[in-house]
Design a protein around this ligand. Sequence first.
Ligand code: IPE
Ligand code: IPE
Ligand code: MG
Length: 241
Amino acid sequence: MSSFKEIIDLNNLPQHIAIIMDGNGRWAKEQGYDRIFGHQNGVISVRETTEAAAEIGIKYLTLYAFSTENWSRPQSEVDALMELLIDTIEKETPTLNKNNVRLMAIGDLTRLPGNAGVKLQRCILETSQNDGLALVLALSYSSRWEITNAVKNICKEVIEGKCNIDDINSEMVSNHLTTKSIPDPELMIRTSGEERISNFLLWQIAYTELYFTQTHWPAFRKENFYEAIYEFQQRERRFGK
Ligand code: IPE
Ligand code: IPE
Ligand code: MG
């Protein structure tokens, strides 16, 4: 059988793909390991998927790495996840540069512990000149947090007389979100069989195609990514017209 990479139409690629990386815990449990083992292996899938996206020229890949609600997990799991995230970002910076990948982050980064925020900003700065794939990490992110913030900031601008209530339109709202410089995703993937959005990019996915797969995130490989793109390309997008 030919691979999905060979049959996807390179002239009809989504510019932006967002992924809800789910199922690390279940994947690990199935093999008799603890949840952290699942998160560690999830890093391999992040690397693979980033490479897969860069290889075919995807412009934006947004990965849901940690939600606002994930702060409520047991402290030991939160600590392990934060350590893993920051460790990985530091270690992978040279590879990101080698592959012309620019790191970006969205979310309430002020909540990141210790020097995690500093290390993250360092990687963002050190890769900021790259003009290949933009890898957007959603960290301590939730859509309701983001939209609430946007509402606050727009209200401030109205009160300060910088704009009028009648100037508020959908474009202005988009420009007050953390994704303001990023086009809306055409495709959103969720792994591990759950068919829900879990507070991810609610505004941005108004017309996004959703793709759900049973594959757990740590088992997700390049071919799974290309299969999702192939499936996306078979769909008819109508935008209400
Ligand atoms: C996704 O895997 C990773 C994060 C949410 C950080 P989970 O940790 O949610 O794994 P499951 O869904 O419990 O299997
Ligand atoms: C969504 O997964 C968040 C991330 C992938 C970071 P969760 O596992 O936290 O979501 P629920 O609890 O199944 O909705
Ligand atoms: Mg989960």
